[in-house]
Design a protein around this ligand. Sequence first.
Ligand code: SAM
Length: 301
Amino acid sequence: MRHWHWLIEWDTPSLGHIKAVKRVVYSGRSKYQDIMVIETYEYGVALVLDGKTQSTEADEFIYHEALVHPAMILHGAPRKILILGGGEGATLREALKYGSVGKAVMVDIDEEVIRVSREYMEFMSRGAFEDKRVNLVIGDALDYVFNTSEAFDVIIADLSDPIAEGPSYKLYTREFYAKVNNILSPNGVFVTQATSPTNTPETHAVIYNTVRSVFAKTAYYHIFIPSFEALWGFVIASKTLDPRGLNPKDVDETLARHGVKTRFYDSTAHAHMFSVPRNLREFIEGETRISTFDNPVYMPA
Ligand code: SAM
């Protein structure tokens, strides 16, 4: 079978992936980025921002469960949640599964991503935006974090990759992480998506090293995302709770205590994500650069 329309996606100037496009569901440009919703053959409907796949119908649950649940479980009883970015609403959907959550603030810069996701990809938010516990803020997460006087138990950064001239690179810097640390409650947990340890290993390692320069306890973990054709990285941190000290057995118990149902995440998946091979550990832990406002580290483009 021959396809004539392709999404060609570049990770770096020398590495890319292609997917055949069955149908363009939506295409437009917001104040901040190009937004496309396409239907693919292997992964169903996909959100593509500035030419990069953000999430797909077939495997978004892997990315969103991997991003949200380790931080929620490490805290144990989170009540106030802050989500930075996460326009599709799927990160919000996962966080709201915990009955202990009384308030969830979500701050995304681009109202259009939220509108398009709600209209064409309802399977992402599944009613999360209508939940009474949610306070949706349209604005720059940088401004929100620097100006809020509230404290949060779990802060989840589900932001676009740190691309030069993009809207998010300052949210991967030491100055930003220091503010995040300030607005976490004493047992608070922060987690961020941290690009790919296989496709952009230096960016991933710098994000880890930058978070490590601020927080007392920090860890990285990884999972393969089929539609990204890559191992994907996350960095989790806290002032007091050691993410590496979480016993996988506690994962199943805490999920059950909160009545949280997952498709991907459980104690086995947790142990898998935190078991990083030697070559990656050595590469990541050997990184010495720190991303700052004056000297930010971007994804290679
Ligand atoms: N899953 C994604 C990935 O693979 O990189 C990230 C998900 S999500 C769609 C990225 C969101 O971050 C978008 O909705 C975008 O509008 C938002 N965003 C980017 N920069 C932001 C900023 N400075 N403040 C708030 N939201 C921002």
